[in-house]
Write a protein that binds this ligand. Structure first.
Ligand code: GAL
Length: 692
């Protein structure tokens, strides 16, 4: 079943209004509502005194309208009495400052007393709602993640380290504490990476210590979540459990670990926010996040918060243009969402998020945004069942590695280098070609892909290196980029030239490297003059000067003391190829490489669309369902192969061209071709009967 719904806070509105809200939700085509994830002070107004009556009444009203309920555990936002009881449960920042009460997501994930309160409210909710016929599942907390540097974390870090290293000798060896005489002789001496001398921040700590601390904190949130998961699994075996994550850009938590205990992943998808105050939305950013969230469990996901209006706290974002909310929601579905839950129902009149706009206005009016989503609700009623459970299929994978990501937070290597942006620059080149890409971890099965991109795989374990090597050996195509293989798992630089453990596969060594200041770049020259048409892509940020052992140079530097030396190489290894791109480029560089990479991997980009028009496919068995999304403010013609039907309006597209108005979407399936191969009895098509 396709889930379509909204995040609702009945506790923000007079009870007399609830029935009208429920009716409007039903009329919008909603079947699901998320409730309660910030309602702790109403659910437990005083320690151990619970009040579920109001929530029961709200659920009953929704239930009458056929709406089912996802409940949030409310631990992201504790009432004042919880924090008064545990003043030392406020998170400590890297500066050593303890945050004050007033915001949310500001608790320490380690604090035993806070965790206990979390278990108590979860247990009470679980007991009360385990058998409620309208309740289908749970969202734990809300957007886990910020780092804490308090004394409780420090003590727990010591235990975590003892478990990991067993002895101080092993720890001292792993971190190289002989440097600056930091050899620890008692576990209790080990600090957390609070800021030392400004302005270096965390970066001045031992890199081994800092990386372990980031891993430890990620584990603390996983453990915090697991306590609630355990209660819910025990009490509510029929319910699903999920958590709302923050997409590809959020880098404080190892989302692969966090996802492991969940039934499926959810995430919160905002495209126009006050924090990114931009006139245009970049469609590949959302697409990458969808791929990253889908990749966590290789499974379809929910969007638990899909943007419903302008974002805003102190500042109000650009208003979503007519059509955009629906377009972004279809984009989510195109990339694997099986549920779209809009945030939020009605714009709050009070509180920090007064200007975070819901589907309804402050005064409860249902205006343009409601009408747009209501239209979508009618469409989902027609196509939802067809879409739900169908899947995205990719031959290309991008490896997202949290150890490397954390290590770059400790040592950026170059001030302009940003791991997420680097992933996105590469991803965008494939997205422009309408190619599906999975985002995977180093532990995933690479054999299902033909092309594996391992961007800046800075911290490289022997196991991952072995698995990448086997992938190439067996015929896969690998592309990797600078700073790969520089560190081992202890965040120590390996005792060999980069790319370290991948030097054999890549057939190349990094002889030396040059970290470029902002604004400095140089054109690359391809060895084969017909490799690329148009202006040459530039090397930026970082230049690895390459010495091929068995690899062939593909592109050369053209300036500075390494002019003429290889910047990009290609190596045959076993049945596959390994491409080493020794510099960071902008999107242009990866766009210039895409066709060649696809060729090497025996892949083709079959669908071409005008810039800003996205084409993405889900599969139900052999049957493709195509999503065509016009992210531009102009009407766009899209050429089709074969006869198609637009499922959203039933229109048959005989002409071979789809005219998409600004910010509009189409969902296309191939019209069955009248051919003698059709099995009239089963209705099944033999191979090739459905166009792509
Ligand atoms: C999300 C969060 C919501 C709401 C929204 C708008 O990140 O989960 O509770 O705060 O942003 O700020």
């Amino acid at each position: 079943m396709f889930r379509f719904g909204v995040d609702y806070y009945p506790e923000h509105w007079p009870e007399e209004r609830w029935a009208l809200d429920a009716r409007l939700m039903q009329e919008a085509g909603f079947n699901t509502v998320r409730l309660a994830e910030f309602a702790w002070s109403r659910l437990e107004p005083a320690p151990g005194r619970f009040d579920f009556d109001w929530l029961d009444r709200a659920i009953a009203i929704l239930q009458e309208r056929g709406l089912q309920v996802v409940l949030g555990t409310p631990t992201a936002s504790p009432p004042p009495w919880v924090m008064a009881m545990h003043p030392d449960a406020h998170r400590v920042l890297p500066s050593g400052l303890r945050v004050a009460y007033g915001n949310r997501r500001n608790y320490c994930p380690t604090h035993a007393g806070y965790r206990e309160r979390g278990r108590i409210i979860t247990q009470a909710m679980a007991e009360h709602y385990a058998h409620h016929p309208a309740v289908i599942g749970w969202q734990i907390d809300n957007e886990f993640g910020d780092r804490c540097y308090c004394e409780h974390c420090r003590a727990a870090f010591h235990v975590w380290l003892q478990h990991k290293y067993q002895s101080l000798d092993a720890l001292n060896e792993a971190w190289g504490t002989v440097f600056w005489s930091q050899v620890y002789t008692e576990w209790s001496q080990i600090p957390v990476p609070l800021e030392t001398a400004a302005p270096f921040g965390d970066g001045s700590h031992n890199p081994g210590l800092a990386l372990d601390y980031y891993r430890f904190l990620s584990d603390q949130y996983v453990a915090f979540q697991r306590e609630q998961v355990a209660i819910l699994r025990r009490r509510c075996p029929g319910h699903f459990i999920t958590h709302n994550m923050m997409g590809a850009g959020y880098d404080r938590l190892n989302y692969f670990d966090l996802a492991a205990d969940l039934d499926f992943v959810s995430w919160d998808n905002y495209r126009r926010m006050q924090w990114t105050f931009r006139p245009e939305v970049i469609p590949s950013e959302a697409a990458l996040s969808h791929a990253a969230m889908r990749g966590l469990k290789h499974k379809n996901f929910w969007v638990m918060e899909q943007q419903a209006g302008a974002g805003g706290w102190q500042i109000v974002s650009v208003a979503p243009r007519p059509g955009e909310l629906r377009l972004w929601a279809y984009q989510s579905i195109a990339h694997g969402a099986d549920a779209i839950i809009f945030f939020r129902w009605r714009t709050a009149r009070f509180g920090t998020e007064q200007y975070w706009h819901g589907l309804l206005e402050h005064d409860g009016r249902a205006g343009r945004r409601y009408a747009e989503i209501k239209q979508m609700g009618a469409e989902i009623a027609r196509v939802g069942a067809e879409i739900a459970g169908s899947e995205v299929r990719a031959n290309i994978a991008i490896l997202l590695d949290y150890d490397s990501r954390f290590a770059f937070q400790i040592q950026a290597n170059n001030p302009a280098f940003q791991y997420t942006n680097h992933l996105h620059d590469i991803y965008q080149a494939f997205h422009r070609r309408n190619l599906a890409v999975d985002v995977v971890s180093g532990r995933d099965d690479f054999s299902r892909y033909k092309l594996l991109i391992a961007p800046a795989l800075y911290v490289l374990t022997e196991e991952t290196a072995r698995r990448i090597e086997a992938f190439v050996q067996n015929g896969g195509v690998l592309m990797t980029t600078p700073r790969t293989g520089v560190k081992d798992a202890t965040n120590t630089v390996v005792n060999m030239p980069p790319p370290g453990l991948l030097a054999g596969v890549c057939g190349v060594e990094v002889e030396e490297y040059d970290s470029l200041p902002e604004g400095v770049s140089q054109p690359l020259a391809f060895v084969q003059s017909d490799f690329h048409n148009g202006p040459p892509p530039h090397a930026r940020i970082w230049c690895d000067v390459l010495r091929p052992s068995s690899a062939q140079p593909v592109a050369l530097y053209t300036q500075d003391y390494y002019a003429g030396k290889p910047a990009i190489t290609e190596n045959r290894y076993g049945a596959g190829r390994a491409v080493y791109v020794g510099t960071f480029g902008d999107g242009q560089l990866y766009a210039a490489l895409v066709d060649w990479l696809l060729d090497l991997a025996n892949l083709r980009s079959e669908i071409s669309t005008p810039p800003g028009v996205e084409w993405s496919t889900r599969w139900r068995g052999d049957r493709p369902i195509h999503f065509v999304l016009n992210h531009t403010r102009e009407r766009q013609p899209v050429n089709l192969k074969g006869r198609m039907r637009n499922l959203l309006n039933g229109e048959a597209l005989e002409s071979g061209v789809l005219e998409l108005p600004p910010y509009q979407a189409a969902i296309l399936t191939a019209e069955p071709v009248d051919d003698p191969m059709e099995d009239k009895v089963s209705g099944e098509k033999l191979a090739g009967a459905y166009g792509r």
